[in-house]
Design a protein around this ligand. Structure first.
Ligand code: AMP
Ligand code: MG
Length: 302
């Protein structure tokens, strides 16, 4: 799917300040040199992403991550060793040379080592950390396959096959006195999944958490199907990991079928389903979503 020549070309484009669409295990990313402010600016322009939404910086090893931080607490080391490469983003106090544009002016930076050979090869070949949000226009469905990525978005495209995890990484802040879950994903962390950790307001301190996000253009209804119109009753896979892996590909496919609506019941409010529930709630049509605030990241369990 991707050969050494393509990696070299993609790395050259990153080095020249261009944008590359590349596979990760979560979703496809739209990458630029994280240390090149002008290149990072192009990501925001291409996506139509508000400047207030910080980017996750992708690195190839722990040393590369540490070099972008001011503080590296023992828990960061422990989780990096346990979960990286993998779908965990850790937010830490940023080093001075990380451009403000990347972090939306915050004093912290979100870091992750992606678990995908193409992503790792690209970062190593480029020799720089790669800032990358999902390779889609702002608010639209995330790409879990190369063909979901809009052709005008990047200067170069790498096709690494379907994303194995399928939804965006779990985001945890380690910049404060206690770890705080900023965005649920397929990965659960002890202490964070118990529901006691994230304080009510804490989750909302995360910038770039827009209530409506990841949306298909067909209205997505959470709950009973409407009586009117021709729609699709979507039954989710029973396994949360498989469900996450198929989530965006299914939505992309259904969105092309010209239905009047897609109706789906939210899965159980349990830690294993938190990532899928969060994405469905954000993708849903605002008026019909039962209570979006119920499904905000970091909610405590009833
Ligand atoms: P996306 O690139 O769309 O997957 O979104 C990245 C998400 O990571 C943002 O929406 C934030 O929630 C989170 N994030 C990245 N960097 C930071 C940071 N410095 N502080 C808090 N959250 C962050
Ligand atoms: Mg995104």
């Amino acid at each position: 799917m991707v050969d050494a020549r393509q990696i070299a070309e993609a790395a050259r484009i990153i080095g020249a300040g261009g944008l590359v669409s590349f596979p990760t295990e979560t979703v496809y990313g739209l990458g630029a040199n994280a240390l090149d402010e002008a290149a990072v600016e192009r990501i925001f322009a291409a996506k139509g992403r508000p400047a207030s939404s910080p980017l996750i910086v992708h690195v190839a090893d722990i040393e590369m991550a540490r070099a972008l931080t001011r503080e590296w607490p023992p828990l960061a080391q422990q989780w990096a060793e346990r979960y990286w490469p993998g779908p965990l983003t850790m937010v830490l106090p940023k080093a001075a040379h990380v451009p403000d544009r990347v972090t939306a002016g915050l004093d912290t930076v979100g870091l992750r080592i992606p678990n995908h050979p193409v992503a790792l090869a690209l970062i190593r070949a480029a020799g720089v950390p790669i800032a990358a949000p999902s390779a889609n226009r702002f608010m639209q469905l995330s790409p879990s396959e190369a063909q979901h990525v809009p052709a005008e978005l990047a200067d170069y495209f790498l096709d690494g096959g379907p994303a194995a995890v399928g939804i965006e990484s779990t985001v945890v802040s380690l910049a404060g006195p206690v770890p705080v879950l900023l965005r649920p994903g397929v990965l659960h962390l002890e202490g964070l999944e118990s529901g006691e950790a994230p304080a009510e307001g804490a989750a909302h301190a995360a910038p770039g958490q827009h209530a409506r996000h990841y949306s298909p253009s067909t209205p997505l209804i959470l709950g009973p199907p409407p009586i009117q119109g021709k729609g699709y009753r979507w039954v989710l896979p029973a396994d949360p990991v498989q469900c996450a892996a198929e989530l965006y590909a299914t939505l992309h496919r259904l969105d092309r079928m010209n239905y009047d609506w897609i109706a789906v019941y939210l899965p159980p409010d349990t830690p294993v389903w938190a990532g899928v529930r969060d994405r469905l709630a954000r993708a849903a049509t605002p008026d019909t979503s039962p209570a979006e605030s119920d499904h905000a990241p970091g909610e405590s369990k009833p």
